[in-house]
Design a protein around this ligand. Structure first.
Ligand code: BG6
Length: 279
């Protein structure tokens, strides 16, 4: 079942219920902010202080960072691009299998987007909700000039406590530490005792998020960069729409095309960034 819902302030979202799972997706940003397979815990973290308001990115779930990841060279432009605060259109649904719901949300250039980024584009997010979750973000260059993108599916995972988790699958990978701008090589799995903000490169394997009594597997394609982020105490206290100790409740593992993993698209060319979550 697929229901269109609207908050009193006009903020629209879609609620999905099928035989395998439930999910909620905001039209703004094509932002999935809840995914729960039946008999399992909520997979995504959502800040209880999150705004559901036009023009403000939801804090939690899976923000779509596009057409740039992080800060733009022009620092007056919004961090992580404009897709996460743009209203998408629901352009396709498929409920033919009672265990799988498929949704397609679409964004194209507007007068507003052309002021921030001067290209015509087609952006589609295909979401498949079942006992696993798949997101495919397809960018098509509909302009007459080539363009370059960086991007991420910026997933906030719901965890029991930051001190309980380990992330594996990135052993031996080189990463850029965004806090020091230095490169290092990962040894073993990642655990958290302080702020971590890293871009792993050359990633070509599954990633596992291990928590007490559960493991979530993440399979990425169209991507060789993965961002691992937790703000820890001080940054968390400074962040918008996050309570003081929220850093204990989530970790971000972001399926990305970041930094050297940017994509250059010629006119009519497409690129798809894909993430599958196996809870
Ligand atoms: C991460 C970055 O991807 O996003 C962090 O690596 C950043 O540096 C975080 O703080 C959250 O960004 P924002 O714009 O949603 O507050």
């Amino acid at each position: 079942m697929l229901e269109s819902k609207c908050l009193p302030n006009g903020f629209e979202y879609i609620e999905v219920t099928n035989k395998a799972a439930t999910a909620k997706i905001a039209l703004q940003g094509a932002h999935l902010f809840s995914y729960k397979p039946h008999n399992k815990k909520e997979v995504l973290w959502l800040s209880e202080l999150s705004d559901f308001e036009a023009g403000k990115a939801i804090r939690g779930g899976i923000p779509v960072c596009w057409p740039w990841f992080g800060m733009n060279d022009n620092i007056t432009l919004p961090q992580h691009g404009f897709a996460r605060t743009s209203k998408f259109t629901l352009t396709g649904t498929d409920e033919s299998d009672p265990y799988i719901t498929k949704i397609r949300l679409t964004l194209t250039q507007t007068q507003e987007s052309l002021k921030l980024w001067k290209f015509a584009f087609g952006l589609e997010l295909h979401i498949s909700i079942s006992n696993t979750l798949t997101l495919e973000l397809k960018t098509t260059n509909t302009d007459t000039k080539p363009f370059q993108i960086t991007q991420a599916l910026h997933t906030y995972f719901n965890i029991s406590d930051i001190s309980n988790i380990a992330i594996s699958g990135l052993d031996t990978k080189v990463y850029l530490d965004a806090l020091t701008s230095k490169y290092h090589t990962q040894k073993g799995s990642i655990t958290f005792q302080r702020e971590i903000d890293r871009v792993y490169q050359g990633v070509n394997k599954e990633i596992q998020l291990q928590d007490i009594n559960k493991t979530i597997t993440l399979q990425n394609s169209g991507s060789s960069s993965v961002v691992i982020w937790n703000p820890w105490i001080q940054k968390c206290a400074r962040m918008s729409a996050m309570k003081k100790d929220a850093y204990k409740e989530f970790v971000c593992i972001e399926t990305a095309n970041a930094f050297e993993d940017f994509k250059l698209l010629e006119p009519k060319q497409s690129h798809t960034l894909r993430a599958t979550f196996v809870p």
